[in-house]
Design a protein around this ligand. Structure first.
Ligand code: AMP
Length: 582
């Protein structure tokens, strides 16, 4: 199956991705960034560099550094007033050739990441691009060595990324796209499973760059050039999307004068409000062109890095009378949609088998109230796993098997799904052998089989759908709690295990001392007694100090080393005697 790339060929930045093993992913360039600047710098000999490296050359070499070429390839009719700081004719290139250089780099990024050649792609363009502009984009792709399988409108791609392709017939959405340099608003309608663009409007000269400039001008001392503060302004703007206040510090920006400026959200919002308000008329126009009232929209989605600004989100909610969907990364939504479209075309999205996994671990309660996991969470179903257990108490008549689900170390903190009472013939402690097997079928039905191996009696418990059918919120909460209490839980588990060991050790030591009392030296006896007291003290302490108890157990173990050896020797002698070999 041949891969198809999804490409967002943007005005400022471009992205490339692919569907890999059923998941749409965006690929990082050599700098580890998924956003690659749409910039090309040409040397005098006609060779060029592309991406971040080209952008770094812009300040020194503005006349030979091509940025925002999309504005030239995609000039909206009647809006050809953007004058680039470079002349393509002087450089000796065309918008298609420049775009091809960017696409070549994206292709190379993909091939490096995927370790294989790729030569097919889906490329996105603004909804308002006409035939000529779409064709020019396609040509650029072909010049870069890519077969362009489809040109997709950006709002359509974004809607795909937001999962809105599942909307039903005639449902309508608005896509509000505020990027670095342009603003686009589109109204789409779902018809026969495909999005139709009902209307588009926008402003090719409005975006995050204008906000950066407004900030730079507001902090610029009289007489200085605001351009030198634009970068710091952009960084501050981004911080203000999550922080209430930030500081712009430019020490000795001109060699002797420093600039230090505190700017809070309020000041920022006052400054940029007029810019954001300019989007309103475009939104209203797009709605009216589409013949759609705001309350007839089924969703409003956000695209473009500038929609991360909280005020933009509030403003969108105000215009459309509904909260926008902010579930996707606004600067990656278009690219992600292109990737999804590419995946659908290549068949790789259709062909993936959707496998369910167990949302939480499944297991049973064991000695001391501990959770014993049998199937860990995130195991792909269907699956089967099991373990062998024994009785903890002499003359136990039956075994209670509590089937549990959850991530906590102690059984009591997990959820009980059901229980089995398995009878078995009474015997000494540890004599029973009970196999417990968990099977989850493809429908998520859990079957617990408990078998007493001595009698071959089976007891089966079937639990419908619990294995996979757990409310997302409850699963989240369970996992969050397991992390939150991880330390306490672990301490409790270690404590319980140490306690079980101590409870086994103490009576055994007492019994051995009774049996060998005469053969044990006073020193040895007093060492053993001291160690045993320590274990008992730890065991009865009000605080569960797992470490202390473990250490006391260890000391008792060490102190009884010789005693244990003698016990074994005695047992062997007795056995040989019994068999008449001595
Ligand atoms: P795009 O064209 O979608 O890549 O958007 C780029 C614009 O989004 C630039 O003007 C960025 O400064 C702006 N931007 C990116 N991240 C943020 C953010 N966290 N807060 C505000 N603006 C942002």
């Amino acid at each position: 199956m041949s891969l198809i790339l999804g490409i967002d060929l943007g005005t400022t930045n471009s992205l490339v991705g692919v569907v890999d093993s059923g998941f749409p992913i965006l690929l990082a360039n050599e700098e580890g960034q998924r956003l690659t600047p749409s910039a090309v710098n040409y040397a005098a000999d006609g060779s060029c560099i592309v991406g971040a490296a080209a952008l770094r050359k812009r300040a020194l070499d503005p006349k030979r550094t091509v940025t925002s070429v999309k504005r030239l390839i995609g000039r909206r009719s009647g809006e050809g007033d953007w004058q680039p700081p470079y002349q393509l004719s002087e450089i000796g290139t065309t918008p298609v050739q420049v775009s091809a250089e960017i696409l070549k780099l994206l292709k190379a990024i993909a091939e490096r990441a995927l370790e294989q050649p790729v030569n097919r792609a889906v490329i996105t363009v603004p909804a308002y691009f006409n035939d000529a502009q779409r064709n020019a984009t396609k040509q650029a792709g072909e010049l870069a060595g890519l077969t362009v399988e489809r040109i997709v409108s950006e709002p359509t791609a974004a809607a795909l990324a937001y999962g809105l392709d599942k909307l039903s017939e005639r449902q309508k959405i608005a896509v509000y796209d505020l990027g670095g340099g342009t603003f686009d608003i589109s109204v789409l309608e779902m018809r026969e499973g495909i999005f139709q663009v009902l209307s588009t409007a926008g402003d090719t000269q409005l975006g995050g760059d204008d906000i950066d400039r407004a900030i730079a001008e507001s902090i610029c001392p009289t007489g200085a050039d605001p351009a030198q503060f634009v970068e710091a302004a952009e960084a501050a703007k981004k911080r203000l999307s999550t922080e209430d206040s930030t500081r712009i510090d430019l020490p000795f920006y001109d060699g002797s004068i420093s600039l230090s400026h505190e700017i809070n959200r309020n000041d920022f919002e006052k400054l940029v409000r007029p810019l954001i308000e300019r989007t309103r008329t475009h939104c209203l126009r797009a709605l009216s062109d589409a013949g759609v009232k705001p309350d007839e929209l089924d969703a409003v989605i956000l695209v473009g890095g500038s929609t991360r600004i909280p005020m933009v989100r509030r403003y969108v909610a105000e215009i459309f009378g509904r909260e926008p969907d902010i579930s996707q990364n606004p600067d990656e939504a278009v690219a992600l949609g292109a990737v999804i479209q590419a995946g659908i075309l290549s068949g790789s999205l259709k062909n993936v088998l959707l496998l369910d996994v167990t949302p939480l671990s499944l297991g049973i309660e064991t000695f001391g109230g501990l959770m014993n996991t049998i199937i860990p969470r995130n195991t792909t179903i269907p699956c089967k796993a099991g373990e062998m257990f024994t009785n903890a108490v002499t003359n136990q008549q039956d075994m209670l098997i509590r089937v549990l689900q959850g991530e906590r170390e102690l059984a009591k903190d997990n959820w009980e799904l059901g229980r089995i009472v398995l009878p078995f013939p009474a015997g000494a402690k540890g004599s029973a052998r009970v196999g417990v097997q968990f099977t989850i079928d493809a429908n998520g039905i859990l079957q617990v089989l408990a078998r007493d191996t001595a009698t071959q009696t089976d007891t089966v418990l079937e639990i419908q759908n619990t294995a996979v059918d757990v409310d997302d919120d409850r699963v989240e909460q369970m996992i969050a709690e397991s992390v939150e209490y991880a330390f306490e839980d672990m301490n409790e588990r270690v404590w319980t295990e140490a306690k079980l060991k101590a409870e086994e050790l103490l009576p055994a030591v007492d019994a051995a001392l009774m049996q060998f009392g005469d053969a044990v030296s006073d020193d040895e006896r007093s060492a053993i007694m001291t160690a045993a007291v320590k274990v008992r003290t730890s065991l009865n302490a009000p605080e569960h100090d797992a470490k202390a108890l473990k250490m006391a157990n260890q000391e008792l173990d060490d102190a009884t080393q010789e005693l244990a050896v003698r016990l074994v020797e005695r047992a062997m002698e007795e056995s040989l005697l019994r068999r008449g070999l001595v």
